[in-house]
Ligand binder design. Structure first.
Ligand code: G3P
Length: 219
């Protein structure tokens, strides 16, 4: 995946599922095409096929289970995530944490299928610990700032510095409360390779304008 990048997690915000997800995904694609910025999106499993087919930017599942064909009611099957055209998957998001053993299995399965892995951690130390599973990127997001008004960039930039020191360059995204180009710029200046965010875009009245502002922080 081209770095630096902006990944927007649609979560299950009402504005970002179903037909609204498709419209929002198209806006992300438009901004990426107009600016050349690397922008990815993470959508609910129900929308994954429709959106993967409709846009050319990387589309991520929000979660996979380490499941194989057969018995596994309700599980998100990695092979099917690949089959419907997803680029990769988020894993271990604060709202969908899994045990390390499950995480390791999921990362292995994703890698074998050619799915890009973006693994979340709530602290730099936890992020560094997850390096042993060799995910493609690690997103450090302090849980207490998720969905809030103050970004990790402004609340505690030392978290970003520490994450980059412990995890390494070209490996770290940061997230929680990110809303502006300035937030993105602070994160990149401290060595991060991009940001993971949600509400700043999904709840915005004008997601196009917000995305254009976010992208301005990549320069
Ligand atoms: O996955 C992104 C995330 O948890 C941060 O959410 O709303 O604080 O940007 P938000």
């Amino acid at each position: 995946m081209k770095l630096p990048t902006i990944i927007v997690n649609f979560k299950i915000y009402e504005q970002a599922v179903g037909d609204r997800a498709l419209a929002l995904a198209k806006i992300h694609e438009k901004v990426s095409n107009e600016t050349g910025a690397s922008i990815g999106i993470a959508v609910t499993a129900i929308d994954l096929q429709k959106i993967s087919e409709a846009v050319s930017i990387p589309v991520f599942a929000q979660h996979i289970d380490p499941a194989t064909y057969g018995c596994g009611t309700g599980h998100v099957l990695p092979a099917l995530v690949k089959e419907v055209g997803a680029y990769g998957t988020l894993l271990n998001h604060a709202e969908c944490r899994v045990e390390d053993m499950i995480l390791e299995k999921s990362i292995k399965m994703a890698r074998n299928l050619g799915l890009f892995t973006l693994v979340c951690a709530n602290t730099p130390d936890k992020g560094a610990e997850l390096l042993k599973f060799n995910p493609d990127l690690i997103a450090v997001e302090p849980s207490e700032l998720i969905g809030g008004e103050v970004s990790v960039s402004k609340a505690d930039p030392s978290i970003i510095e520490k994450a980059v020191n412990l995890i390494g360059k070209n490996r770290v995204l940061v997230g929680a409360g990110i809303k502006t180009g300035e937030d993105v710029k602070i994160a990149l200046d401290l060595g991060a390779s991009g940001v993971l965010l949600a509400s700043g875009v999904t709840k915005a009245e004008d997601p196009y304008t917000v995305l254009m502002d976010l992208v301005s922080g990549l320069k």
